[in-house]
Design a protein. Structure first.
Length: 100
């Protein structure tokens, strides 16, 4: 999987997703990737899905025991935590600067 888009990591409680479709070659590699999403989704989500699918390898479909090209569709969803962890370092820093 590709790394999650940075802009989403900064947004607590964000949810979204889409449908990714790719053609699987007889070698099992994913190519001609199409990502469909609802309007208003960040373009970084489309790039994330495409980059993730490019790295996937599948068992190709077989006809008469010979591998053939096929198609795979997969729904994906992304979400970020609703709350971020508190920065525990700030109070300690403030304590040391107050005592000086």
């Amino acid at each position: 999987m590709a790394s999650c888009p940075r802009e989403l990591l900064r947004t607590p409680g964000w949810e979204g997703g889409g449908l990714a479709t790719c053609l699987v070659s007889p070698e099992g590699l994913c190519h001609k990737i199409d990502v469909q999403m609802l309007p208003g989704m960040p373009e970084s989500v489309r790039r994330f899905a495409k980059a993730s699918f490019e790295g996937w390898v599948f068992d190709a479909q077989r006809v008469n025991d010979r591998p053939v090209e096929g198609q795979v569709s997969m729904r994906f969803s992304l979400h970020t935590r609703k709350l971020f962890a508190k920065n525990f370092r700030v109070p300690a820093f403030e304590r040391t600067t107050r005592n000086r």
